[in-house]
Design a binder for this molecule. Sequence first.
Ligand SMILES: NC(=O)c1ccc[n+]([C@@H]2O[C@H](COP(=O)([O-])OP(=O)(O)OC[C@H]3O[C@@H](n4cnc5c(N)ncnc54)[C@H](OP(=O)(O)O)[C@@H]3O)[C@@H](O)[C@H]2O)c1
Length: 324
Amino acid sequence: MNVADIADKVIEAPIVTSFTKLGYLARRKLDGWTPIDRYDLTGKVILVTGATSGLGKCAAAQFGRLGASVIVVGRSADRNQDVVDELVELTGNDGFGQVACDTGDLDQVRALAAQVLADHARLDVLVHNAGALSAERHEAPDGTEQTVASQVVGPFLLTSLLLDRLAESAPGRVITMSSGGMYAAGLTVSKLEMPPGEYDGTDQYARAKRAQVTLNEMWAERYPDRGVSFQAMHPGWADTPGVEAALPGFRKVMGPLLRDAEQGADTLVWLAADDEPLTRNGSFWLDRRIRSIHKLPTTSRSDTPERRAQLWDWVVERSGAELG
Ligand SMILES: NC(=O)c1ccc[n+]([C@@H]2O[C@H](COP(=O)([O-])OP(=O)(O)OC[C@H]3O[C@@H](n4cnc5c(N)ncnc54)[C@H](OP(=O)(O)O)[C@@H]3O)[C@@H](O)[C@H]2O)c1
């Protein structure tokens, strides 16, 4: 273990240092990170869900600055187009396009995939970033609880529909933006969707984010030879419109300790651009380092091979994904 490894462990233990900008700033220095602007993504095509706000918008801007063509996905075509216009202006790259899609609506996900396949001969990176913590329970058109629909089932279907195009563009990458909130949740299939009456937004969000991280590992295990790598990450705690809307009290307490969007999105951009993640398929990252997916014995115990297999079968069935 070198000095940076030891220091990283010390920072990682208390969540407040690890997840805030303190963790980001210390690790950037200790590990001597390559600055993002040294990477070149010219010729790459990158799809980012949730690219109209916060971390996704910030990452989309970085991808554009580095020369990539970027497909902006959000629920409203008008909002998407405003962001595309803004990012073209900001980056000087006119390779931004947009498709409107609610990732919880499976018909819209199928239409998004069809559009991407028709418009783009290659797809280098698929970023599943769209997400929200909702205080109230909603359902997607197929009746699936909306957090699970938009962050687990829809993204799973989208990956399945775009996998061949990612493989043709090898090395393809699928990156999932999870959350440190998932450390609080065990792996559950029977209780993945919280029913009305039991619904708790924070808990529901944590369960969905746990499922994302598990499925990321399972994609890597089940499709190891397609030239596509699967990575999940969490951004720490970053000050975004999403946090302001969902957790105003938390945002007030954490104040200047919160990361800015660029700091929260750094590992996402790095996962899309650097060669190292390609050799570490199926990993979970924070601040450019692989992290354990469990911090608690209770969640670790819930994570059995049987339950994993059950989750995979459940999401295949619910999404209607046809896997080769
Ligand atoms: N900020 C943090 O500290 C933090 C911490 C842990 C994890 N995360 C994760 O990071 C991701 C981005 O969060 P953020 O903080 O940047 O939030 P944000 O500012 O609210 O941005 C969320 C983005 O997701 C899109 N979106 C939400 N639901 C969608 C749906 N059903 N279909 C398509 N797009 C949808 C929104 O687009 P439209 O409204 O235009 O549709 C928006 O672009 C989320 O997955 C979140 O869980 C954030």
